[in-house]
Design a protein around this ligand. Structure first.
Ligand code: ADP
Ligand code: MG
Length: 340
């Protein structure tokens, strides 16, 4: 980066004005956005759905290989994913950041460029936030607000026995991308002359660095007038999300290993690391895919949908929660600590 304007040269108020000047309000529900003590929202007859996520440098992201523009985009996308998991339409976000002196105005500009891209893509208004300093790292807290009719909202605790368990997209790719980035970081630390070798792995890198929330699946449900009987987004790996959904709904389940969607690049990365790609899918995390249930009679219609895979079914709690492996063994599902 050529220019490095110190944050202190602008001061807090000018900085906020500068970072937020390109954001316009798109929604009727955003009555007042940035510029007073609080934003004012109006959802008339709809319910308001609210979710927050916090991201801490060194814990949730590593700036040595994460471009700030992608980080801005991802910070919004992971919150929007939680709204889609409730079957709510995203409306507003607030963005709070803590930054140290080590960051320049230009770097924050890149972060906000990513935020703006996500606001445009997911059609949400930036209506507020907070800006403060930190001693060392970068911290981000984003709140996303959505709206839904009461009868449209999808909870985790409303799945029924003998329903289809489905997922969108493919799983384990973001974790595979993270493994690759961490490996190349170690190689670079040992020998800075070696250029990172990332060719052929573009998809898993994108899944790690610039994930998308499944707007398309949310819109597909809307267009078909389908409401899943329960839904959750996959942020901590398939295994723990299936467990959450079944625990909250008081059910057992069977998940079939050979039905779990895994991309070719994820397989390839797992193979290179002498690992099983099913483990990536079960325990990896950061997929931001949707996991949902539908009644059995939806089977044929769901099978026709691109981007949706039926991976198992719910059952009575007395039957337990199992993964049926490729060689037909039944393994008790666990939230973590997987071995096949
Ligand atoms: P207060 O002193 O009431 O916390 P601020 O001076 O922090 O107010 O914020 C002024 C306005 O700018 C408010 O509307 C606030 O929501 C908004 N704002 C502050 N920081 C950010 C940020 N990082 N991103 C977006 N909006 C922000
Ligand atoms: Mg403030």
């Amino acid at each position: 980066m050529t220019n490095k304007t110190e944050i202190s040269s602008l001061g807090e108020f000018k900085l906020i004005d500068h970072l937020t000047e390109n954001f316009e309000l798109k929604h009727e529900s955003s009555k007042f956005g940035i510029g007073d003590d609080a934003a004012v929202l109006d959802f008339s007859n709809n319910k308001t759905v609210v979710t927050t996520d916090m991201l801490v440098e060194g814990i949730h992201f590593d700036l040595s290989y994460t471009p700030l523009i992608h980080l801005g985009y991802k910070s919004v996308a992971v919150n929007i994913s939680d709204l889609y998991a409730m079957n709510a339409t995203p409306q507003q976000i607030t963005v709070s950041i803590a930054v140290s002196k080590r960051f320049s105005v230009e770097e924050l500009d890149l972060f906000y460029e990513g935020i703006k891209l996500a606001c445009d893509n997911y059609n949400v208004d930036l209506v507020g936030g907070d800006t403060t300093s930190s001693l060392t790292g970068f911290c981000i807290s984003i709140t996303a607000i959505g709206m839904a009719k009461e009868e449209e909202i999808c909870y985790r605790n409303t799945a029924k026995p003998n329903e289809l368990i489905c997922v969108s997209g493919d799983l384990g790719a973001a974790y595979a991308g993270l493994q690759l980035l961490e490996r190349e970081k170690r190689v670079f630390a040992d020998n800075p002359k070696v250029q990172p070798d990332l060719e052929g792995y573009e998809y898993i890198l994108e899944r790690q660095l610039k994930p998308e929330a499944r707007k398309d699946i949310f819109e597909l449900f809307k267009s078909k007038n389908w409401i899943p009987s329960s839904m959750i987004d996959i942020s901590d790996g398939l295994s723990s999300e299936v467990m959450h959904l079944c625990e909250k709904s008081g059910l057992g389940c069977q998940i079939f290993e050979d039905k779990i969607p895994v991309d070719y690049q994820t397989h390839k990365m797992a193979e290179e690391l002498n690992m099983n790609s099913t483990i990536f899918a079960l325990n990896g995390g950061e997929d931001y895919e949707l996991l949902f249930t539908f009644p059995l009679d939806m089977h044929d219609e769901l099978k026709e949908c691109k981007g949706i895979k039926i991976i198992g079914h719910t059952c009575d709690i007395s039957k337990g929660r199992q993964l049926v492996t490729r060689d037909n063994n039944e393994i008790e599902l666990k939230a973590q600590g997987w071995k096949l």
